[in-house]
Design a protein around this ligand. Structure first.
Ligand SMILES: Nc1ncnc2c1ncn2[C@@H]1O[C@H](COP(=O)(O)OP(=O)(O)OP(=O)(O)O)[C@@H](O)[C@H]1O
Length: 527
C-alpha cells in the first residue's frame, strides 16, 4: 500500500485531535447476486470534510442509503458518537442519531411551496413543534446563505430551476442541525454561484465541528474543501488518503485499479479547419426573453460548442430551441448545401437528425418501469425488427457497442433501469441518443454524476464523433470542460449571449468573470 495511504478505519491521531463522530465498520449490502457494498470501513471526524469517491457503480450511494436508513445492511455496524447501531431501520432513526443526508436525485414535492418543502417531515422528528413564525424566519436565514436571490417562500417548488430545487433540499438538511451531513452528489445539480455559496456554508459547519461526508466525481471540489478522501472500488474501501498533496491520477488509479487506468484525454489539437466546415445549424434572431438582444450564430459540422453561464441565464432555453423544444421567438434552421429546414418542433428536429439529451434524468429521460435495454432502444427500436418481429437480440447487439465505448456497468440488461447506479443510468441515456446517429448532438450537462474515468471516455468519444463531422452543442456547468474541450464557448447572461470565446482565447478567469458580466482585467490569466 502507498505510504500516503493508511488503513481504512483510522483512529484520531495525535496530529489531529478531532474526535471520531461516525465509524463505519465492515458494512455489507447485497441486492440479489450483486454485492453493492462489501465490508466497507472508514470514519468521519468532527470538523472535517471527508470525501467519498469511486467509479460509477462502486457502491457510494448504497453506502449512503445504509447510513440514512433507506436500506438495511446484511452485515457490519455503524457507531455514531460512541453508540453502536446494527442498522438504521428508518430514515428517522438515522436522523435522530444526527445523520442528515442530501440525496443525489433532487427530492422535492413540486406542488408544495418552498416553505413546506423546507420543513417537510420535520415536525414529527423534533421534540418541540416549531412555530410558523420561527419556521419562516429560519427558512429565510438558511436560504439567504445559499442563494443571492432566494425565492419567495410561497413559490411552488416545481416553478424553480433544477439548481434552486436542489438548494431547497440542502436547506432542508441544514435546518435539521446535522452532526454528520452527507452530501451525495448534491452539488451536481447546482450552478456555479450556488456551489460557491454552499461551500462557504460547509466550511462554516466544519469550523463548528460538524462532520461532512462529500460524495462527488469532481476533483476540483475535493481540492477546494476536502480534508480526507476515502476511495471505494467494487463496494470495498480501498483506503483513506489524508495527504494534502494527493493527485487526481493517484485517486483514479485507486478507483479503477492500476490495470484500468485511463490516461487524461487530451483535446485533439489542430482543429482550426472547423472554421471552414459547412454550417449545419443557423440560429437567426432567437429572442430568449422579451426585450433581450436576439442571438444569431452558426454551428458548423465537427464543431464542439459549449454553452456556459450561471444557472437560468437562457442557455437552457437556447439549447432546447435547437432541439425544437423551446418557446423562444426566432428561427433555427438546419442547413444543407442547397437547402434549409426550419426546426419548429421536436419531430422536425428528429427528422433532421438532431438529437437532444436532457439534463434531468428522472423527469425528462428515464422510463423507470422499463428495462435497461428498452430504455436504450426506444427511439431506434425500428432497427431491431427482424421478419416483422422485434428482436431483443438485435437491440442487445447494438447496445453492446455502447456498453464498451462508454464503459457502462449493466449486469443483465433485462433488469429494470432503476437497478443501475445513477452514473450508469446517465450513460444509457447518452447511448440511446448516440444510437440515433445524429448529425447534431445537443447535450444538456451530460457529465453530471459521471465518474472521472467515464468522463474521459465520453470526452474521447466526443472527440471521435466531432472528428467524423458530428456537430455537438453542450451545456456544461463545469468550467474545466469549457476550457479544455470546446472549440467555442457561448456565455449567457440575463437571456442574452453576452460573450463568445474561441478555444485559443478562453481562460478560467475570463470565463468566470464573464458569468458575472465582468471582463477580466488579467488578459494573461492562466488556464
Ligand atoms: N435497488 C437495487 N437493486 C439492485 N442493484 C442495485 C440497487 N441499487 C444499487 N444496485 C447496484 O449496486 C451497485 C452499487 O450501486 P451504487 O448506486 O451504490 O453506486 P454508486 O457508486 O453510487 O454509483 P454512481 O456514481 O453511478 O452514482 C451497482 O452495481 C448497482 O447496479
Amino acid at each position: 500500500m502507498d505510504a500516503k495511504l493508511r488503513a481504512p478505519v483510522a483512529q484520531a491521531s495525535s496530529r489531529d485531535p478531532n474526535p471520531t463522530l461516525l465509524e463505519v465498520r465492515s458494512l455489507s449490502k447485497r441486492f440479489g447476486p450483486t454485492i453493492a457494498v462489501r465490508e466497507a470501513s472508514f470514519d468521519i471526524r468532527a470538523g472535517e470534510v471527508h470525501a467519498l469517491v469511486g467509479e460509477n457503480g462502486s457502491g457510494k450511494s448504497t453506502l449512503v442509503k445504509l447510513l440514512s436508513g433507506v436500506h438495511t445492511p446484511n452485515a457490519g455496524e455503524v457507531v455514531v458518537d460512541g453508540k453502536r447501531y446494527q442498522s438504521f431501520t428508518s430514515p428517522r432513526m438515522s436522523q435522530t442519531a444526527g445523520i442528515v443526508t442530501v440525496f443525489q436525485e433532487v427530492l422535492s414535492v413540486g406542488s408544495r411551496t418552498v416553505l413546506d418543502n423546507l420543513w417537510l417531515g420535520a415536525d414529527g422528528s423534533f421534540t418541540t413543534i416549531v412555530r410558523k413564525g420561527e419556521k419562516i424566519e429560519r427558512a429565510k436565514r438558511v436560504l439567504d446563505q445559499l442563494l443571492e436571490h432566494p425565492p419567495q417562500l410561497d413559490t411552488r417548488v416545481e416553478d424553480l430551476s433544477l439548481s434552486d430545487r436542489q438548494v431547497c433540499s440542502i436547506a432542508r438538511a441544514l435546518l435539521r442541525n446535522p452532526r454528520v451531513l452527507i452530501l451525495d452528489e448534491a452539488t451536481s445539480a447546482l450552478d456555479y454561484d450556488s456551489r460557491s455559496r454552499l461551500f462557504r456554508v460547509v466550511k462554516k459547519l466544519r469550523d463548528e465541528g460538524v462532520g461532512i461526508m462529500l460524495i462527488t466525481h469532481r476533483m476540483d471540489e475535493i481540492e477546494e474543501i476536502g480534508d480526507r478522501i476515502t476511495v471505494l472500488r467494487s463496494g470495498a474501501t480501498v483506503g483513506t488518503v489524508d495527504d494534502e498533496n494527493w493527485t487526481t491520477d493517484q485517486l483514479v488509479s485507486m478507483m479503477a485499479g492500476d490495470d484500468h487506468f485511463a490516461p487524461t484525454a487530451a483535446r485533439v489539437e489542430g482543429r482550426e479547419h472547423i472554421l471552414d466546415a459547412p454550417v449545419v445549424l443557423e440560429v437567426r434572431g432567437l429572442t430568449l426573453a422579451p426585450g433581450r438582444t436576439p442571438v444569431n450564430t452558426q454551428i458548423r459540422a465537427g464543431e464542439l460548442v459549449g454553452l456556459a453561464g450561471l444557472e437560468g441565464q437562457g442557455q437552457d432555453d437556447f439549447l432546447k430551441s435547437l432541439a425544437g423544444l423551446g418557446t423562444a421567438a426566432g428561427e433555427v434552421v438546419r442547413k444543407y448545401e442547397d437547402r434549409g429546414a426550419a426546426i419548429s418542433n421536436h419531430e422536425t428536429a428528429h427528422a433532421e437528425r438532431i438529437a437532444y439529451v436532457p439534463r434531468e434524468r428522472r423527469g425528462e429521460s428515464l422510463f423507470e418501469w422499463m428495462s435497461i435495454l428498452d430504455n436504450f432502444s426506444i427511439p431506434t427500436v425500428r432497427e431491431d425488427v427482424r421478419g416483422g418481429f422485434l428482436s431483443p437480440r438485435a437491440a442487445a447487439e447494438r447496445f453492446s457497442d455502447y456498453v464498451s465505448r462508454l464503459s457502462i456497468k449493466t449486469g443483465n440488461t433485462s433488469n429494470a433501469i432503476t437497478t443501475l447506479s445513477g452514473g450508469n443510468q446517465q450513460k444509457v441515456i447518452i447511448a440511446r441518443w448516440l444510437a440515433t446517429k445524429p448529425d447534431v448532438l445537443l447535450l444538456n450537462d451530460p457529465t453530471r454524476g459521471i465518474d472521472i474515468n467515464a468522463k474521459r471516455d465520453l470526452y474521447r468519444l466526443l472527440g471521435e464523433l466531432t472528428a467524423a463531422g458530428m456537430a455537438v452543442v453542450m451545456l456544461s456547468t463545469e468550467v474545466d470542460e469549457h476550457i479544455e474541450l470546446m472549440d467555442r464557448v457561448l456565455v449567457f447572461d440575463d437571456f442574452e449571449c453576452t460573450r463568445e470565446f474561441s478555444h485559443a482565447e478562453v481562460t478560467r478567469q475570463k470565463l468566470v468573470a464573464s458569468f458575472f458580466g465582468k471582463e477580466s482585467r488579467d488578459e494573461h490569466g492562466s488556464r
